[in-house]
Write a protein that binds this ligand. Sequence first.
Ligand code: FE2
Length: 429
Amino acid sequence: MQTIPSQQNTSSCESKPYKLEDWQGANCSLNQEYDYWIEDVEGEIPTNLNGTLFRNGPGLLDIFGREIHHPFDGDGMICAVSFDLRKKNVANTNIIYWGDKLLALWEASHPYRLDPNTLETLGIETLDGVLHKDSPFAAHPMIDPGDETREPRLVTFAIKPGPLTTITVYELNQTGKVVQQHDHKIPGFAFIHGFAITPNYCLFFQNPVSFNPLPYVLGFRGAAECIKFHRRSPTKIWLIPRDSSREVQVLETDPCFVFHHANAFEEGDELIVDSVCYETFPGIDHNLNYQEIDFDTRPPAQLWRFHLNLKTKTAQRDLLVERSCEFPFIHPDRIGQPHRCIFLAAAHQPQGDAPQQAIIKVDPEYGEQEFWSAAPKGFVGEPVFVPRTPHIPPYQGGIWGGEDDGWVLTLVFIAPDIIFRLIYHYPNP
Ligand SMILES: [Fe+2]
């Protein structure tokens, strides 16, 4: 609220302290309902201001375009503004080391910086003031290895979902300084967890989902329970140029849900991206807790290859691996470049969904090539590939160039001992 000094009040015959057309803007029909987070907050919301403000009033002031005479006759519109949920930054998704900083990441809020020797939490990381408290910051940055003409960069993004979703792309140089930042608006709600990069593009899959925040903000359900998958809507693939010399493009593909991408690269008129897809959002029945999950009712995650043709604006996809698998990881020198080797955590059984107990090595040309399993008592985590040598020669058709020369590390839980083992050594064959 603005306080106007009394000496500034003027008589109404000279100039009115309002414009009638401004007032009219608040007294017209609202034909569509909206759910969204209010991100633009001036000042601080008091921490002890809790609860939900419900308001009622006429929201529809016409009947099929014919204006009603008095707002008393307008259909009621309920508005709810909730203050009782300050989302906690759980910083639980990924951890990276870049620009001499160890950062714990969670996509809905800022990074936390940790001491790499003691793991002590040092505080919020703002990237020299680029981010502020609660700034979203993706959990899966990609590190572009660069080449003779391009320096290595960490490329990442932030999502602000809403009726119009904003994607902000950030590029950080090797000292951790933000050297590129650009915003893009895309229509509709977007739940985008991971992305892929090439030297010229960032690739975002806009999963066909909507989000009803009300049960979440009122504390009735978790965020994942408020996501609805739309089986008849396409998955949209946004191709955002890393510089401003090209246009943003959007392609459509069959409805599918993607969390993670293995890699993307450019080939002629095409962008090629290998991604782990579910045929629907892998939610959990809200009557169950996570430990009671019924894997048999869940869609398997499978590795697909997408061919995105920039000239015909079409997307075509082929199944690479039928076995349920997730958390793809490739040689760091191949990011954004053609690749022939992907490591993934996978189910022991070849079909259907199941816990991840195995590690597979995939050649996109020939499918699954190697299989290692910790079943029946072992359950694996995300594989991390550590190259034996820091750099390998560029890919040349048919020659792997040593991109599997190194070690795959993963944490394995061995039931019921509640011990974790760091396991799996993969020497170059
Ligand atoms: Fe993830």
